[in-house]
Design a protein around this ligand. Structure first.
Ligand code: NAI
Ligand code: MG
Length: 359
């Protein structure tokens, strides 16, 4: 039989991005080597990020999107470094790719892994596993607004940052969440807004949620305000399955979720263009972690879990499951980086993952 080949654009970008992308690549290559020619990965690495910015004044090549558009997927590290203002690095690379390639669904599972202590006491004896679905194309990150730097005199600066909510944008992410809920043991969707205070966009979202929910009578629903949901993440996490929220709210909630699971370094994420008109992008939730970058301390599990989401996207769910099992095997065996209480290096975790895959 013919080898299925997947072309992947790797963009390690900044800080620990390089370390965790190298780890994920090594693990995926080991998986391909063990597949007896069933599938293979062909990588191309792009040098974009804050160093590239220092050299060129740009976060990525002018024709970067053109270079990326025919890949099967993008495997991303993290962007941001103290030498470049964060809004420039984020908008110049990651958000540019997400928005141009219409990666409107950001899927962020929250897995509780064996061998990793959660700050939640409940995690000791309750099965906890949920997924945050983040609207990834509009909302609070639409980039609408401006600053009036001088019009009102010294000290009188004014800034407006607007959020954009469209019925189409709300509907597609909410439907996506319902469809995802149907694939899970617990068929439930929790919608998160702040519609008591934000009475236009978030009320539109609530209305669409109610309308779409009627098409899924087999799925349980709830609507929760974001402040209450942050408390619920801590107090009643067993009551969650799929949590769907706007760009900013879901961004915050998914960091909370990964911290509850034990570390930001564990959390995986997929930026999907569900229509597959453009490549989707897979990346850990965490940033470039300048405080630990270059020291071999980075936890690669978020990046490796993102690689598992990429395998799912490639139509290789068995391989994704194998990878997730390997993650559970090594955390259960206590091969842990410092952020989750261990002393293993990034390379040691990578090697243990590859050994687990080959056993
Ligand atoms: P961060 O996620 O980089 O770090 C927060 C904390 O988590 C730090 O203590 C860090 O050491 C720890 N941490 C993060 N990833 C880890 C890993 N793999 N293993 C072990 N510990 C890990 O967030 P921070 O410090 O707010 O931002 C740093 C830079 O990253 C900024 O420039 C920011 O804009 C950027 N950033 C980029 C993101 C992206 O590319 N998707 C997401 C979030 C932040
Ligand atoms: Mg975030």
């Amino acid at each position: 039989p013919e080898t299925r080949t997947f072309r992947i654009a790797a963009i390690p970008a900044d800080g620990v991005g390089a370390e965790v992308v190298a780890s994920g690549r090594a693990v995926l290559d080991a998986l391909a080597d063990a597949s007896d020619g069933a599938f293979a990965f062909v990588w191309e690495e792009f040098p974009w990020g804050s160093d590239y910015y220092a050299r060129t004044g740009k976060m990525m090549a002018d024709d970067g999107l053109e270079q990326l558009k025919d890949f099967d997927a993008i495997y991303f590290g993290a962007v941001g470094w103290p030498t470049v203002p964060d809004h420039i690095s984020l908008w110049g690379l990651r958000l540019r790719i997400c928005q141009s390639f219409d990666q409107w669904a950001n899927v962020r599972p929250v897995h509780f892994l064996p061998g990793i202590t959660s700050p939640l006491r409940k995690a000791d004896d309750t099965e906890l596993d949920w997924v945050v679905v983040r609207e990834n194309s509009e909302g609070e990150y639409a980039g609408l607004g401006g600053r009036n730097l001088s019009g009102r005199g010294p000290g009188g600066e004014v800034a407006v940052q607007s959020a954009l909510f469209t019925e189409v944008g709300c509907e597609r992410i909410i439907r996506f969440a319902f469809d995802l809920a149907r694939t899970r043991t617990r068929r439930k969707v929790s919608s998160v807004t702040k519609s008591n205070a934000q009475q236009y966009g978030m009320v539109l979202w609530d209305d669409v949620f109610e309308r779409v929910a009627a098409d899924y009578p087999d799925v349980e629903t709830e609507s929760v305000l974001v402040d209450a949901m942050s408390a619920k993440f801590v107090l009643h996490p067993e009551d969650l399955s799929v949590v769907v929220a706007s760009n900013l709210n879901a961004d915050i909630l998914s960091d909370l979720g990964s911290a509850l699971a034990g570390s930001l370094g564990l959390a995986a994420s997929a930026n999907l263009n569900p229509e597959r008109r453009f490549p989707s992008m897979f990346e850990p939730v965490h940033g470039s972690a300048p405080d630990i970058a270059g020291q071999g301390l980075a936890n690669p599990i978020g990046a490796v879990g993102s690689a598992a989401l990429m395998l799912d996207h490639f139509g290789l769910p068995d391989q994704a499951a194998r990878l997730n099992e390997a993650i559970e095997t090594i955390t259960g065996a206590g091969v842990l980086t410092r952020d989750v209480g261990g002393s293993a290096t990034t390379d040691e975790v990578t090697k243990a993952l590859i050994d687990a895959l080959n056993n």
